[in-house]
Design a protein around this ligand. Structure first.
Ligand code: ADP
Length: 197
């Protein structure tokens, strides 16, 4: 079966909803490139780049990194692609990012195809994030410095204020699919696949 040259999936959902894990699997099975802005930004921190040093305090506080930085990063990633077969995980996160992404995709002739929204109740999200932070510590690693209860709550608040409006943005275009994010990894994955049919 030949696959379309372009395919653009945007994973929406609050911090801790499991976007990264699900996006990873979908990327592998559908031959898509996963673009996780959280991973890209953490990589800058790990490498100690100038950008990494500048964004560390912002990320540690659970705040959003400025839009212009994100937009430049995404522009860069998409620039040298042959076909645009991508899954965005953690981007866009603000209306300005969503609008700019539309401009970029328009230039590339690759419009958005699917926007699954992973829904998980707030308290379960905090539990998952705190458990992830504890597990990393038990495993002897340092884990993510923003996986504490206090910062997780802040990330949740930032999501509500700045990212939730995107639900209407994509919803108004009929591209949004609400996905119940409670259940096993396989169950949730199955729902995402069904939503993309
Ligand atoms: P989570 O979804 O669990 O919050 P991410 O790895 O997606 O985790 O993001 C971690 C942090 O990276 C965010 O709290 C924010 O500071 C920064 N970040 C990631 N993506 C973006 C984005 N698109 N715009 C602004 N900041 C971002």
């Amino acid at each position: 079966m030949t696959q379309p040259k372009n395919k653009v999936v945007i994973f929406l959902g609050p911090p801790g909803a499991g976007k990264g894990t699900q996006a990873e699997r979908l990327a592998a099975e559908q031959h898509l490139v996963k673009i996780s802005t959280g991973d890209i930004l953490r990589d800058h921190q790990d490498r100690g780049t100038e950008l990494g040093q500048r964004i560390k305090p912002i990320m540690d506080a659970g705040q959003l990194v400025p839009d212009d930085i994100l937009i430049a990063l995404i522009r860069d990633r998409l620039a040298d692609m042959e076909g645009v077969r991508v899954i965005f995980d953690g981007f866009p996160r603000t209306s300005a990012q969503a609008e700019e992404l539309d401009v970029l995709l328009e230039e590339l002739g690759a419009p958005v195809n699917h926007v699954p929204l992973l829904e998980v109740p707030d308290e379960l999200l905090i539990e998952r994030i705190v458990a992830r932070g504890k597990k990393a510590a038990e495993d002897g690693g340092t884990g993510r410095s923003d996986d504490t209860e206090e910062v997780a709550r802040k990330r949740q608040e930032v999501y509500r204020k700045q990212t939730q409006p995107l639900i209407d943005y994509y919803g108004a275009r009929g591209q949004l699919k609400h996905i119940d994010g409670v259940g096993s990894m396989d169950e949730v994955y199955g729902r995402i696949q069904d939503g993309m049919k």
